[in-house]
Design a protein around this ligand. Structure first.
Ligand code: THU
Length: 133
């Protein structure tokens, strides 16, 4: 799948977002090492705290379907700006991907910006750190 196609899948999730409080829909499309793609959207809650981001929705779908190795994620914002993944999502992605994970950001203008997880979350904490106890 091309970068544009993965971004398009993230854009297609924007109408599924449940974001009545922030009115900030986000869509995600996550590609796993075996090529399987899982999508996600943000799902908010009246109590605010239980809200979940689009990226983590997609990660939970992938892991619950038996995928633990991620290779790319596209994140779509219905905004002129890009939507960089929040800190919690960066850490959750790091659990199932290395620093080389490709992160594609796309906006309402159809622009695409490509980064790596390592750029977004340098010197990250992972399971290897627990082994140094
Ligand atoms: N949001 C995401 O879905 N992903 C991010 O990485 C940043 C923020 C959502 C959470 C909330 O529903 C809305 O955007 C506003 O913060």
């Amino acid at each position: 799948m091309t970068r544009e196609e993965l971004c398009q899948k993230a854009v297609e999730m924007l109408p599924r977002a449940y974001a009545p409080y922030s009115r900030f829909p986000v869509g995600a499309a996550l590609e796993c090492a075996d090529g399987a793609v899982f999508t996600g959207c943000n799902v908010e809650n009246a109590a605010y705290g239980p809200s979940i981001c689009a990226e983590r929705t997609a990660v939970c779908k992938a892991v619950s379907e038996g995928r633990r190795r991620l290779s790319r994620i596209a994140i779509a914002a219905d905004s002129d700006d890009f939507c960089p993944p929040c800190g919690v999502c960066r850490q959750v992605l790091r659990e199932f991907a290395g620093e080389e994970l490709e992160v594609l950001l796309t906006n309402r203008r159809g622009e695409i910006r490509t980064l790596t997880l390592g750029e977004l979350l340098p010197w990250s904490f992972d399971s290897g750190n627990l082994e140094g106890r």
